[in-house]
Design a protein around this ligand. Structure first.
Ligand SMILES: *Cc1c(COP(=O)(O)O)cnc(C)c1O
Length: 477
């Protein structure tokens, strides 16, 4: 049975492997996957008491599920938060955190540099419900101060920001926001809880897309909202319970297993990202390189103050604009073109034509997203292979010959999705299926078994005979 709980505080690596596990009475090693929508009660009284809150019992997986609860407990322990609720996606986490708290007449202030869908929620969705919103340049404290001259109920910050890795001073903005009476929500996806703990600087709520580094292997979507027990239970939980952004227990289980290696993956990705950032600074084809732990980053001192690593993303600008950026992306042989991030596979995107395509050119310019800017999510490949791939692609941009074909993996996939051969001619379909030697039907159901011969003119499609042997495959040609 379960070992007695330890009262020593554990370090992140231990919490990521063991935090939140609930073993069943079968003593399984790994976290169990409770793939169930509902739960049963021993008695009507137990059901009643569960609904009144007198008894603790799972009711329905929209409200709570043991596998999901293990994920929530693990994330809360890692973050140092009192409570957590997991959601189906990162956007479900952001929208639930905001919509559960806000009402008509409230006001929201957000940093301008936000993930595209977060920007849409603030700029487009909230105003539809009579919530006023205002964007500020996240790095400019004077703008935050000015924005807090009027009442404000919620602040949304992303740091480092997508895609240009600008930082917001968490301590300074949280202090200003609290003085104005606002709850501060921090989207901490780019930093991960291993590199930055927003609550240490005063954040009230932290949100994640678990799709990114938590799974980290490109398999499932997920999200999480963390906060105080009071806020989560009184504000967030009723919203989640009644609007239904619940995560599938299967996805929660995949993310639980992904978390077990987070403390190995993220530092390794950071080391490679720092090496690539340094290498990029040496290249003549590149203008600006954005990486929080480069001494050339304008907020380097702040990065060192509030983060414990530079992160797994590097953004940089090709001097030759969009044309050079496209040639660079197309010349990469290891790094894939994809708008996802935080994956074990290195992925690169051209924000101006993909993730930030819907942002106006004027706003893009304000965010520093030029037509030559690209965002690289550094994965777990050997850093030498990544550096060589990037250097060779930059040689192509500089006018040197293109490297050879993509690796084999790509070609195999292309073959397997080749168009299927045409179906045999209609004539062969009219041929009656040859009945196989029918298995003797069990006595009880004998009366129900049918002949395998198709009826001359069936009124409806015949029911499949569950006991008949499958018809032999027709040979082609
Ligand atoms: C991906 C991402 C989100 C949204 O997460 P989904 O799981 O895709 O819904 C929100 N914020 C940031 C910073 C992200 O990178």
């Amino acid at each position: 049975m379960a070992k007695p709980a330890s009262d020593r505080p554990f370090r992140p690596a231990t919490l990521l492997v063991r935090g939140g596990q609930m073993r069943s009475n079968l003593d399984e090693t790994s976290e169990s996957l409770y793939l169930t929508s509902g739960f049963v009660y021993d008695s009507a009284v137990q059901a009643e008491q569960t609904f009144t809150g007198e008894a603790q019992h799972f009711q329905y997986s929209r409200f709570g599920n043991p596998t999901v609860q293990m994920l929530e407990a693990r994330l809360a322990a890692l973050e140092g938060a009192e409570a957590c609720r997991a959601t189906a996606t990162g956007m479900a986490a952001v929208s639930s955190a905001m919509l559960s708290h806000l009402k008509t007449g409230d006001r929201v202030v957000a940093s301008r540099a936000l993930f595209g869908s977060c920007h849409w929620i603030v700029s487009t969705l909230l105003p539809r419900y009579g919530i006023q919103t205002e964007f500020v340049d996240g790095g400019d404290l004077a703008q935050w101060e000015a924005a807090f001259k009027r009442p404000c109920q919620m602040v949304l910050i992303e740091t480092p920001s997508n895609p240009m890795l600008d930082l917001v001073d968490l301590k300074a903005v949280c202090d200003l926001a609290h003085a104005a009476g606002a709850v501060v929500v921090v989207d901490n996806v780019f930093a991960t809880p291993l590199l930055q703990k927003p609550m240490k600087f005063g954040a009230d709520v932290v949100v994640y897309s678990a799709t990114k580094h938590f799974d980290g292997q490109g398999r499932v979507l997920g999200g999480a909202v963390l906060g105080s027990k009071k806020w989560v239970e009184e504000v967030l939980q009723p919203f989640i319970r009644n609007t239904g952004p619940a995560i599938s227990p299967f996805n929660a289980w995949v993310i639980l297993k992904g978390l077990e290696t987070l403390h190995l993956r993220v530092p390794a990705m950071c080391r490679s990202a720092a090496a690539i950032a340094q290498m990029l600074e040496e290249r003549a084809e590149i203008g600006r390189v954005c990486y929080p732990y480069l001494a050339s980053h304008p907020q380097y001192a702040l990065a060192k103050q509030q983060m414990t690593g530079g992160g797994t993303l590097v953004s940089f600008e090709l001097k030759g604009g969009k044309e050079a950026a496209f040639r660079f992306l197309d010349a990469l042989r290891v790094v894939d073109i994809s708008n996802n991030l935080g994956d074990s596979k290195s992925l690169i995107t051209h924000p101006a034509t993909t993730t930030h395509m819907r942002v106006s050119a004027e706003e893009r310019a304000r965010l520093g997203i030029s037509d030559g800017a690209v965002r690289l999510s550094v994965g777990l490949e050997d850093v030498e292979d990544l550096v060589e791939d990037i250097a060779a692609a930059l040689d192509v941009v500089a006018g040197n010959p293109a490297p050879k074909k993509k690796p084999l993996a790509r070609m195999v996939v292309e073959e397997s999705v080749a168009p299927a051969p045409k179906k045999p001619a209609a004539r062969s379909r009219t041929r009656p299926a040859k009945p196989g030697p029918a298995k003797p039907a069990p006595r009880k159901t004998a009366a129900k078994t049918r002949s395998a011969e198709p009826a001359a003119a069936p009124a409806a499609a015949p029911e499949p005979d569950l006991f008949a042997e499958p018809a032999p495959r027709r040979k082609r040609g």
